[in-house]
Each structure stands twice: as structure tokens, then as C-alpha cells.
Design a binder for this molecule. Structure first.
Ligand code: DGL
Length: 268
């Protein structure tokens, strides 16, 4: 049994889709979360900048003696290959587990990916899907505006503007006949009910945050590193105003975490 925390990071609120799954499926685990709210979004930035940010995020989490570090960020998982390959602890990103789930779920081998521009341009999802199934057809679309919708709480299923934006982003995927769509940016699972209602129930949506947590669960259990006693505790750190993060986090997680959120300038 290993009581050390799982370290989870993202540019902002997106990684809470992974936290949500940890709270539900690994409730005994302790968590340290870092949301880089000062520098969100990551998805429109250069490879060098994403590498540099990821390196700092990881160095911050490593101070907490984490047993596993999770890049709950499709952009970091896709682009920051150097920073993530130097992690000394166990590591989980979102690309591999999401692609494995999508390949398993897809019946027609046509898989869509909605993610940030950096993730789509890196080709990370396409490469991994085609490694698992060389006959798969992958259609990717970069959806930067969806990050903003989540950061601003425009996530209700009846939000007309958000629906129109999702219609526009999902149209090319539906035209390509996909039966499965990876929500390859961890912000997007927060929009899952809305996306599902736009694309229809015949499309399987893959939640990248959830899939990363299932992978972490497997790794911890195989290595006898799970924490199996008591209720886990969570600490949340952000690099900008606490208030902005906690009010949205409370909505997304469905619990009040306001008194667990702390500010840190990690570049000090
Ligand atoms: N949540 C992030 C991702 O999974 C990044 C969103 C952003 O900062 O652009 O890609």
C-alpha cells in the first residue's frame, strides 16, 4: 500500500475531468492537482512553450513526493514528449489510454478526435490509433473555442451558442462517418452531455480524463501501489486567482472544494 498522492496537472480546469474520475473510482487515493490558470490556454502555443510549461508543472508536483504523475492535458500529452519522458515517477498521459478505448469502441474503424490545435497538429492521436489499428481512418478537428466555453461555464445542454459552436466543429467528423469521437482535450468531457446531444446517441464519446484514470488504476494495482485504506484527501493549486477556479471547479465536480484551493507561483 502506498499513501503518496497522485499528482495531476492541466492548464486549467480541464484536468478536473480526471479528478472527477479519481474521486469516483479511486476514492482512497490522495490527490495533488495543479491548474496553470495563469497561462491557460496551452493548446494554441508553440512546442517549445508547451515543453517549458510542462517541465515547470512537473517540477512543482514532484515536490509532493507523488507516486504517479498524470498529464491530464491532451496538449501536454501530445507535445511535451521531452518533459514527460524525464518524469521519475510512474507517468500517465491521456493520448494512449484514449486511443486504446476508441479503437476498442469503434465498430467501423472511423474515429474522430476533437482536441486543441497543438494536439491535432502533433498527429499524436492519429499515430497512436493507427499503431493500434493500421486500417483505422482518423479525422481530427482542433476546437480551441471549446476550451473557452468550459472556462466560462457555457456548458449547459440548452446553451444555444455553445450548441452552434459544437455543430460547426463536429460537422466534418460526422461527414467522415465516424462512430466514435475522442474528447482529446480534457476540458471537453465537461461538455460531454452537450456534445452528445449535438452528435447523437449513435456516436460513442471517449472521455480522455476518465481513460487516463483507468490506466492509472491499472498501473497502481499491478505495482501494488494503490492506497486501500481511508478516504483520500485532495489539494488543489492554481497559478492565478483562486476564486475563478474554485467556483467553476465546484460546478464541474459537484462538490465544494473552495477551502482546498491554494495559490502558488510555480515559476518563483
Ligand atoms: N485541457 C487541455 C488539453 O487537454 C488544454 C486546453 C488548453 O489549455 O488549450 O489539451
Amino acid at each position: 500500500m502506498d499513501k503518496r498522492p497522485i499528482g495531476i496537472f492541466d492548464s486549467g480546469l480541464g484536468g478536473l475531468s480526471a479528478v472527477k474520475a479519481v474521486l469516483k473510482y479511486l476514492p482512497e487515493e490522495n490527490i495533488v492537482y495543479f491548474g496553470d490558470t495563469q497561462r491557460v490556454p496551452y493548446g494554441s502555443r508553440s512546442e517549445q512553450t508547451i515543453e517549458a510549461f510542462a517541465k515547470e508543472d512537473i517540477a512543482f508536483l514532484e515536490k509532493f513526493d507523488c507516486k504517479l504523475i498524470m498529464a491530464a492535458c491532451g496538449t501536454v500529452s501530445s507535445v511535451a514528449v521531452q518533459a514527460t519522458s524525464q518524469i521519475k515517477e510512474k507517468f500517465v498521459g491521456v493520448v494512449k489510454p484514449s486511443c486504446a478505448a476508441a479503437v476498442k469502441a469503434s465498430k467501423n474503424g472511423r474515429i474522430g478526435v476533437m482536441a486543441t490545435a497543438a494536439s491535432i497538429n502533433s498527429g499524436s492521436y492519429t499515430k497512436e490509433i493507427q499503431r493500434l489499428n493500421p486500417n483505422a481512418c482518423v479525422s481530427g478537428v482542433s476546437c480551441p473555442v471549446l476550451v473557452t466555453l468550459v472556462e466560462n461555464n457555457w456548458i449547459d445542454t440548452d446553451d444555444y451558442i455553445s450548441r452552434e459552436i459544437i455543430k460547426r466543429y463536429s460537422a466534418p467528423l460526422l461527414a467522415d462517418g465516424v462512430d466514435t469521437i475522442i474528447l482529446g482535450c480534457t476540458h471537453f468531457p465537461h461538455l460531454a452531455p452537450l456534445i452528445q446531444s449535438v452528435v447523437g446517441d449513435n456516436i460513442t464519446l471517449i472521455d480522455s480524463g476518465y481513460e487516463a484514470v483507468m490506466e492509472a488504476k491499472r498501473i497502481l494495482s499491478e505495482n501494488r501501489m494503490s492506497n486501500i485504506s481511508g478516504k483520500g484527501e485532495a489539494r488543489y493549486f492554481v497559478s492565478d486567482k483562486i476564486q475563478n477556479f474554485s467556483s467553476m471547479a465546484n460546478t464541474l465536480l459537484g462538490i465544494d472544494i473552495s477551502d482546498q484551493v491554494e495559490y502558488r507561483n510555480i515559476t518563483d
